[in-house]
Design a protein around this ligand. Structure first.
Ligand code: MN
Length: 133
């Protein structure tokens, strides 16, 4: 195994579910620049099948998606024993405390308010990413 492959494997694969093009580009470029493998979708209805197909080491989940809620996707993931171990970091512009509680109660591992601050955002990812199942 080459050193490059080993590094890419060890740092992890992240699925981004985000329907805002600018946020998606920001997350994608940032995570790639730090060496993560990145998959993404703007379509929340595609998220579950992508998770099952690629088994990412962490999921970044926007809560406000067109047509459906990130809450519903989180609940579906956390109810599925094949994928419920995968950590989910919710990102949302919701700022109220009730929203934060509701987001954490949905089963995700962490919550990061938008607009994100880069250093804390990366720390949350490093803290929660699960490289071995
Ligand atoms: Mn959104």
């Amino acid at each position: 195994m080459s050193k490059t492959t080993k590094t890419a494997k060890s740092i992890g694969k992240i699925l981004i579910v985000e329907d805002n093009e600018l946020n998606l580009k920001l997350f994608r470029d940032l995570l790639k620049s730090y060496g993560y493998m990145v998959l993404d979708t703007k379509d929340g209805s595609e998220a579950i099948s992508l998770v099952k197909e690629h088994l990412p080491n962490l999921i970044i989940m926007d809560i406000q998606l067109r047509g459906l809620s990130g809450f519903d996707i989180i609940q579906q993931i956390k109810a599925d024993k094949d994928i419920q171990h995968i950590p989910i970091v919710a990102v949302t512009a919701f700022a109220m405390k009730d929203d934060k509680d509701r987001i954490l109660a949905s089963g995700c591992e962490a919550y990061v308010p938008k607009p994100i601050s880069i250093v804390p955002f990366l720390e949350v990812i490093r803290k929660h990413i699960k490289l071995e199942v």
